[in-house]
Design a protein around this ligand. Structure first.
Ligand code: NAD
Length: 500
C-alpha cells in the first residue's frame, strides 16, 4: 500500500485527523492500493476557512494575474497529461487512451478560463439620461464548492474550478472517494503554477463532508455532478441553505436510428458510445431505438462489432475496455443482465461471468447486448452504468421520439439518419439538453455549455461555457452621474426617478 491520500488545504497537504478512511482499489486487480482520509465537519470547516481567507485578495486580483496563472497551469497540465491519465487508470480502471481523452477535455475548459478577460467584459451605456451612464459588471461570489463523481476524476473537477477561480472565487473540491488521487495532483500543479494558497482546496470524504459543504454559511454556491438521487439531495439541501446550485444527475441516453441511416456508421457509433469506458459515462448510449424494419440488421451489426472488443487492464495498450469501478457495482450491473430474459428481453450477448486471465479478482464484466427490450424492464428503466446496451424497436419516428421523451432522464441523445428534415425536427422535438446528429456522444466543446434536462440536471445553469461564467459570478449595475460644474443644482424631488 502506498501513501495515504490526504486533504489539500491552504496550499499544502493536510493529514486526515478524523480517523476515518476509505479504501482505494485498483479495479483491474481488485487489490486495495491505498486509503483516502475522510474529512470530519471540522476539517471541511478548515478548508472553507482557508478559502474564505484567500478570497479577500483573490477576489480582487487582476484579470492579468489570474490568466497568467491559468496559462502556466495549462502548460503544466499539458506536460503532465500522461502522469494524470496513469493515476486515473490506476484508480478508475479506464484504459489509458480514454483517460488521456478525459484530461484533454478538461484542458479545453482551462483554455476557456485562460480567456476569462473576454468573458468578463462588462457592458456600458453612456448618456442614458442627462450626464448619466450605466455600467453592468459581474463579480465573484466568494467560496464555491464542487462535488464530483468517480467516472471522470480529472475532467469533471475541471468542468468547474478553472472558470470558478478565473472569475475570482475560491474553491473547495470534494472529489469522489473512489479515485481521489488525480484531484490532489491537480491541486499541486495549480500551486506550482503560482495559485495563491487557499484559492483551491481539496477535502476528501463521504456524506459527512458533502453535507457540511451544503450547509456551511460561507459556501455561496455548489456545483455537483453525480447520480440523480444525490443530485436531487444536493439541490434541495444547498438551496434550502440559500446557495446557488447546479446539480447534474444521471442519464439514460437514447440513440434513434431511422431506416435511411448508414447502418454501419450507426453500429460503429452505438458500440463506441455504449461500451467505451465500460459504459461508465453519463453520456454513454445505453438505449438504441431502431425504427421500422432495420432492427434485425442493426442488432447483428452491433453484435459483430461488440464481440471483438478487447477487454483487459487499463494500462495494457491492447485493451479497449477496462473493468468496472468496484466489485459491488460489477455485481449490480450483472444482476440486470441475469434478470433480463425474465423481464422479456432477448439476450444477444451476456457478459456476466467474464474474467481476465491472471487478473481474476478484477472487477470484470464482458459485453452485454439486449434486444427487443420492453420499457417495463429494469434494464431499460434504470441507469445501469455498465457495458449493457438495450435495443428497443419503434414502428415510426414519432413512436421513437415519444419513447425517448417519456424517459425521466434527458441528458444527451442522438439521431442517425440521412434525412436533414427529420434530423432538424428531432433537434426541436426531443427533450434532452444535448443532441447529436450522426454524433453519438454530443459532449459540447468548452465554449458551449454542458447540461441535461429533467432528472439529469437540477438548477437553471448548465456547466462551463457562458453558463459557467454566469453561475460563478453575480451581476451588479452601476448608475453614475457626473454633473457639469455649470449645471444648476438638481434640487429635492421625491418622485420616482425618471430618465429624460
Ligand atoms: P454518486 O452520486 O454516487 O457520487 C457523486 C458524489 O456525491 C461523490 O463525491 C460522492 O462522494 C458523493 N455522495 C455519494 N453519496 C452521497 C450521499 N448520500 N450524500 C452526499 N454525497 C454523496 O455518483 P458516482 O457513482 O460517483 O458517479 C456516477 C454517476 O454520476 C452516474 O449516475 C452518472 O450518470 C453521473 N454523472 C453525471 C454526469 C453529468 O454530466 N450529468 C457526468 C458524470 C457522471
Amino acid at each position: 500500500m502506498t501513501d495515504i491520500v490526504n486533504h489539500w488545504i491552504g496550499g499544502k497537504t493536510v493529514e486526515g485527523a478524523s480517523g476515518t478512511y476509505g479504501p482505494v482499489t485498483d479495479p483491474a486487480t481488485g487489490a486495495v492500493t491505498t486509503k483516502v482520509a475522510f474529512a470530519s465537519v471540522e476539517e471541511v470547516d478548515a478548508a472553507v476557512a482557508a478559502a474564505r481567507a484567500a478570497f479577500a485578495s483573490w477576489g480582487r486580483s487582476s484579470l492579468a494575474q489570474r490568466t497568467q496563472i491559468l496559462f502556466r497551469f495549462r502548460a503544466l497540465l499539458d506536460a503532465h497529461r500522461d502522469e494524470i491519465a496513469a493515476l486515473i487508470t490506476a484508480e478508475h480502471g479506464k484504459v489509458h487512451s480514454d483517460a488521456l481523452g478525459e484530461v484533454a477535455r478538461g484542458l479545453e475548459i482551462v483554455d476557456l478560463a485562460c480567456g476569462i478577460n473576454v468573458q468578463l467584459k462588462g457592458e456600458l451605456s453612456t448618456e442614458v439620461a442627462g450626464r448619466v451612464d450605466v455600467a453592468a459588471i459581474r463579480q465573484p461570489l466568494g467560496v464555491v464548492a464542487g462535488i464530483t463523481p468517480f467516472n471522470f476524476p480529472a475532467m469533471v473537477p475541471m468542468w468547474m474550478f478553472p472558470l470558478a477561480i478565473a472569475c475570482g472565487n475560491t474553491f473547495v473540491l470534494k472529489p469522489s472517494e473512489k479515485d481521489p488521487s488525480a484531484s490532489v495532483r491537480l491541486a499541486e500543479l495549480l500551486s506550482e503554477a503560482g495559485l495563491p494558497d487557499g484559492v483551491f482546496n481539496v477535502v476528501h470524504g463521504d456524506k459527512v463532508a458533502v453535507d457540511r459543504l451544503l450547509e456551511h454559511p460561507d459556501v455561496k454556491a455548489v456545483s455537483f455532478v453525480g447520480s440523480t438521487p444525490i443530485a436531487r439531495h444536493v439541490h434541495l439541501t444547498a438551496s434550502a441553505h440559500g446557495k446557488r446550485v447546479q446539480a447534474l444527475g444521471g442519464a439514460k441516453n437514447h440513440m434513434l436510428v431511422l431506416p435511411d441511416a448508414d447502418l454501419d456508421a450507426a453500429a460503429d457509433a452505438a458500440v463506441s458510445a455504449a461500451y467505451g469506458s465500460a459504459g461508465e459515462r453519463c453520456m454513454a448510449i445505453s438505449a438504441v431505438v431502431a425504427v421500422g424494419s432495420i432492427g434485425d440488421e442493426l442488432v447483428e451489426k452491433i453484435r459483430e462489432r461488440a464481440e471483438k472488443i478487447k477487454i483487459g487492464p487499463g494500462n495494457d495498450p491492447a485493451s479497449e475496455m477496462g473493468p468496472l469501478i468496484t466489485r459491488a457495482h460489477r455485481d449490480k450491473v450483472a444482476s440486470y443482465v441475469r434478470n433480463a430474459a425474465a423481464e422479456g428481453c432477448e439476450v444477444v450477448l451476456d457478459g456476466t461471468g467474464f474474467t481476465v486471465d491472471g487478473h481474476e479478482d478484477g472487477h470484470w464484466i464482458g459485453i452485454s447486448l439486449l434486444d427487443r427490450v420492453p420499457t417495463t424492464a429494469k434494464a431499460y428503466q434504470d441507469e445501469i452504468f455498465g457495458p449493457v446496451l438495450c435495443v428497443l424497436r419503434a414502428g415510426t419516428y414519432e413512436e421513437g421520439v415519444a419513447l425517448i421523451n417519456a424517459s425521466p432522464f434527458g441528458n444527451g441523445t442522438a439521431i442517425f439518419t440521412r434525412d436533414g428534415g427529420a434530423a432538424r425536427r428531432f433537434q426541436l422535438e426531443v427533450e434532452a439538453g444535448m443532441v447529436g446528429v450522426n454524433v453519438p456522444i454530443p459532449v459540447p466543446v468548452g465554449y458551449h455549455s454542458f447540461g441535461g434536462w429533467k432528472d439529469s440536471l437540477f438548477g437553471d445553469h448548465h456547466i462551463y461555457g457562458n453558463d459557467g461564467t454566469r453561475f460563478y459570478t453575480r451581476g451588479k449595475v452601476v448608475t453614475t452621474r457626473w454633473p457639469d460644474p455649470a449645471d444648476a443644482p438638481a434640487g429635492v424631488d421625491l418622485g420616482f426617478p425618471r430618465n429624460h
